[in-house]
Design a protein around this ligand. Structure first.
Ligand code: 16C
Ligand code: ATP
Ligand code: CA
Length: 587
């Protein structure tokens, strides 16, 4: 065996075939040799994608890991296969047999040393939240059977919390000691992700002494990574950042410590933070669909399709004034057909602009610079009209229902969002718009649709409409609740104070008296829609949560959080890699 600090080279057996194995720099390769020592096919695994190296003929399940034949070792690594058009990851496994025990020990030591050297940022300890009630209610089973064994194999230790109430995960992250954890993981859907997002951002601002409510402030980026094991209804955040919603693929991204920065939009009402969003801040159609779907939660994931059809048939549109701050059009545009893929150039170039001189400046100085650039770029634009929907998304928001998403060319980490305005149109036109989300046709190539790449958005009701809004609210209240309850209008007092003096936004699920009224009212939203006078206002859908305010201000915070993901891999790049049985060409 040749061995020096960068290269290890020897002959090994895999089954009945002889291979020349080489560990060199960032790769471990093994090349089949024929009887005349001529080299045949090479299999190459980047060290960054090695999951574990075990002595003997090892299996994933710990109870089967007993056979320690003293000349064998087993390599576990990321393997790619196809799930429809997307690349799914699964666990590759190859058993190597060495000529001697000494050589086997050398290989195991060298491979483990390479892992430590080349992959210093892999998570070693994770805090995992499992929502037993999300999606098809299979989160516990998904975690236990598919994910936990992989974490154990890779030597990742976990503290698992099976949630007993909504917002438990968020509150845990905000208040409990997180020392020693390298990341937080949710096993659930977009709602669970949102809990982690709010916890991680809130905690980071608390510790940095930054007020989340001030819409002009530059928030502190979060170090604690978030991982998503998809087990929800839509799983939009997972799908749009990984390319598939598959628990094993996500677990492997977490294990190898992938890191994907993500833009986050803060939503404010006056000077109060209402919520954060990564995928959709939507008024009109998407708000109405969500309001209706809450009533149908018992149906599981199908509820969105049924409520989508019902709301579509109601044929609603709403007045509004939309102001937006355009992003620099020279960097990218929502119609440039440039998809944001793993290693995206637009996102990388944005990093420098979002965090200028971040290595050389103090964080306060760089915060001020970025703040200045946000305030000084572009001029606010204003449009007023009647809209089927107004949507703001910080990323493509692709999901199984719409594989290219709300805005196919949006970027995960460029510090901008895409504002999509769908003006009132005839039912067939709107159906065409919706249907194009599911085909390769451009949904923005319609005369009643406009899309803008933006840094901030303000939505207000046209002058005079606010009165209608309040009348409407009272009317709906009296229809649905027999005119008994006087709902508390949400106001700054909805901001909750924690014992440590910090303030937090008010989550929609929180059981607070005024909120209960509002939720009941939203549940009866369609009932209101079907009554004689159509409502003047819709409701905002913020990543699957209804907002208790109509007039809002949204600001995009570039790369505020980091996920254990790497963006969508270029599907073309892995054509040869179709096997999931352990031996395939990976480069
Ligand atoms: C003719 C087929 C049209 C299909 C149109 C599909 C458009 C799909 C666009 C998906 C956009 C997803 C945005 C992501 C939002 C998430 O942060 C959030 C939390 O999970 N999800 C929702 O709010 C859940 C929102 C779910 C919205 C689903 C809308 C389904 C519409 C169905 C309309 C059918 C009309 C048929 C008329 C006969
Ligand atoms: N133990 C619990 N009991 C009730 N609700 C919970 C519990 N744990 C979490 N939740 C809440 O359930 C909501 C929905 O959960 P989750 O996001 O996992 O699934 P989903 O709604 O089916 O998926 P999606 O958000 O993708 O549509 C979340 O907003 C979360 O706050
Ligand atoms: Ca973006």
């Amino acid at each position: 065996m040749e061995t020096d600090s960068v290269k290890v080279d020897s002959s090994l057996w895999v089954g009945t075939k002889r291979y020349r194995a080489v560990l060199s720099g960032w790769y471990f390769n093994w090349t089949e040799l024929d009887k005349k020592n001529r080299e045949k096919k090479t299999i190459s695994v980047p060290i960054s994608e090695v999951v574990a190296v075990a002595e003997g003929k090892a299996e994933v399940q710990p109870q089967k890991r007993a056979e320690d034949t003293d000349r064998d070792f087993t390599l576990f690594y990321v393997n790619r296969t196809r799930g429809g058009k997307r690349a799914l990851w699964c666990l590759g496994r190859t058993e190597f047999c060495c000529p001697s025990r000494d050589l086997r020990d050398q290989w195991v030591t060298q491979l483990r040393t390479a892992l430590k050297t080349h992959c210093p940022s892999r998570p070693r300890r994770l805090l995992v939240f499992v929502n037993p009630y999300g999606g098809k209610k299979r989160a516990k089973q998904v975690y236990r059977s598919l994910v936990a064994p992989l974490f154990e194999l890779a030597g990742v230790s976990t503290h698992v919390v099976v949630t007993e109430r909504a917002n438990q995960a968020r509150d845990h992250i905000l208040k409990k000691d997180l020392t020693g954890f390298d990341g937080v993981i949710c096993v659930g859907g977009d709602g669970m992700f949102s809990e982690l997002l709010h916890g991680v951002i809130g905690r980071t601002q608390q510790e940095a002494g930054i007020s989340e409510h001030d819409p002009t402030v530059m928030l502190q980026s979060c170090d604690l990574h978030i991982g998503i094991i998809p087990a929800g209804s839509t799983d939009c955040v997972c799908f749009a950042t990984v390319g598939v919603n598959d628990p094993v693929t996500s677990a492997l991204h977490i294990i190898i410590g992938d890191s994907q920065p993500l833009d986050v939009c803060s939503v404010h009402h006056h000077n109060t933070l209402v919520r954060y969003s990564v995928s959709l801040v939507g008024y009109g159609f998407y708000g109405d669909v969500l309001a209706e779907s809450e009533r149908l939660r018992w149906m599981g994931p199908l509820r969105y399709d049924l409520s989508g059809c019902l709301v579509y048939l109601c044929n609603r549109s709403y007045e509004g004034v939309v102001q937006y701050l355009p992003a620099d059009p020279q960097l990218s545009s929502p119609r440039d057909n440039m998809r944001c893929l793993s290693g995206c150039r637009v996102c990388s170039e944005s990093t420098e602009m979002l965090f200028p001189h971040s290595d050389s400046c103090s964080s306060l100085y760089s915060r001020q610079l970025s703040q200045y650039s946000i305030g000084s770029e572009g001029e606010w634009m204003s449009v007023e009209g009647r809209y089927r929907c107004v949507s703001l998304t910080c990323m493509s928001s692709s999901c199984p229902r719409s594989p290219k998403g709300l805005s196919p060319a949006a970027h995960l980490a460029d510090g901008t969002g895409d504002l999509i305005l769908v003006q009132d149109t005839d039912p067939l036109g709107f159906l065409t718009y919706l249907h194009r989300h599911t085909t390769s046709k451009d949904q923005f190539d319609l005369p009643f649709v406009e899309v803008h790449r933006v840094k901030a958005v303000r939505f207000t009701l046209p002058p005079g409409e606010e009165d209608d809004y309040h009348d409407e609210e009272r009317e709906r209240q009296s229809i649905t609740e027999g005119a008994q309850g006087t709902p508390k209008m949400a106001c700054n007092s909805d901001v909750e104070s924690y014992g440590d003096g910090s303030q937090q936004y008010l989550a929609a699920e929180q059981e607070e008296p005024g909120m209960k009224d509002r939720r009941r009212k939203r549940r009866n939203f369609l009932c209101g829609l079907c009554c004689s006078k159509p409502p003047a206002v819709s409701v905002w859908n913020c990543d699957g949560e209804l907002l208790p305010y109509t007039e809002i201000f949204c600001k995009v915070h570039g790369q505020l959080v980091r996920l254990f993901a790497r963006g969508i891999e270029d599907e073309e790049g892995h054509e040869e890699n179709k096997s999931c049985k352990g031996r395939c060409v990976l480069h």
